[in-house]
Write a protein that binds this ligand. Structure first.
Ligand code: FPP
Ligand code: MG
Length: 298
């Protein structure tokens, strides 16, 4: 099934008849194709489903191309990012090509699918903007963090599940809730891995988020637990290049206060809620993909 998506994306790219775009696209690591898997598991493998999965994956790839420029990230999935290889301008423009071709093809599916997916891209962009603004502050508001990750990451998974439900004639609302929970949990885990994984496994420098100014869930929980003195210290390290000792201090404090476990449990609860919802609909196959979401280690 997934190979049908790869072929569809390649075909969409070939339509553009542009050698440079074809070459650049071939340099992108393929990724886990989680959104496509989600769509197939909900809606089977008709042509509209394959096209929708390809479009969603193209939009996702476009958002990561832009995100790596915004985050100054030079690796993606353990490989040099496109901005590292060819510069920011090329990465942004390839993102624009993938995203606009995806939009063009979306018109061919159905008005409801098109609205669902395009609305998610608006949310995605608003979420990324919020992420950038928040990283200039020392955000300690969990609700603000949750809203931002919903928009930045969960909105596209929510839309992928919703669009698939529409194509399959299933209850859109229930599947959107499933996708939303999975998406929020996915980003929570992504943020946890930025802290727990070593640089090599992660494919990007560990604690990069905090250096970039992002106070993700474990930092929000940690701050609540620290003494006044320690709070000051954590604040002083925010948005700074961390020495080995400083990074180790943060990790040790997180260990002491069990904030990684607390954050992980919260992600797990969201996934369990999603699984229950799907079990009620007799969709046991959707449990496996939900578990993969929280059991991934990179
Ligand atoms: C990754 O976050 C970023 C996103 C999931 C969304 C990015 C969205 C945009 C750049 C909006 C523009 C959209 C289009 C379609 C052109 P992260 O930095 O926390 O995750 P990472 O660890 O994978 O980098
Ligand atoms: Mg990023």
């Amino acid at each position: 099934m997934l190979s049908a998506v790869e072929r569809k994306i390649e075909q969409f790219i070939a339509d553009l008849n542009d050698k440079e775009v074809t070459k650049l696209y071939s340099k992108l690591p393929q990724g886990k194709r989680l959104r496509a898997k989600l769509i197939f598991k909900i809606a089977g493998g008709s042509l509209s489903v394959v096209k929708t999965a390809a479009i969603v994956e193209m939009i996702h790839a476009a958002s990561l191309l832009h995100d790596d420029v915004i985050d100054d990230a030079y690796t993606r999935r353990n490989k040099p990012s496109l901005n590292a290889l060819y510069g920011n301008k090329t990465a942004i423009m390839l993102g624009d090509v993938l995203y606009s071709k995806g939009f063009f093809e979306l018109n061919d599916i159905s008005s409801e699918v098109a609205k669902t997916v395009s609305n998610a891209v608006v949310q995605l962009s608003l979420g990324e903007l919020k992420d950038v603004s928040l990283s200039k502050t020392f955000n300690l508001d969990k609700e603000v963090y949750l809203e931002m990750i919903y928009q930045k990451t969960a909105s596209l998974m929510e839309a992928a599940a919703g669009a698939a439900a529409v194509l399959a004639g299933k209850d859109k609302k229930v599947y959107m809730t499933y996708g939303r929970n999975l998406g929020i949990a996915f980003q929570m885990i992504d943020d946890i891995l930025d802290i727990t994984m070593d640089t090599e496994t992660l494919g990007k420098p560990a604690l990069h988020d905090f250096e970039e100014g992002k106070t993700t869930l474990p930092y929000i929980y940690l701050y609540e637990m620290l003494s006044a003195e320690e709070k000051k210290k954590l604040h002083s390290l925010h948005r700074k290049r961390l020495s080995k000792e400083e990074a180790q201090w943060i990790k040790a404090k997180m260990q002491e206060h069990q904030v990684i476990q607390k954050s992980y449990l919260e992600a797990r609860e969201l996934v369990e809620e999603a699984i229950e919802l799907m079990n009620e609909c007799g969709e046991e196959a959707l449990s496996t993909i939900a578990m993969q979401m929280i059991e991934r280690d990179f």
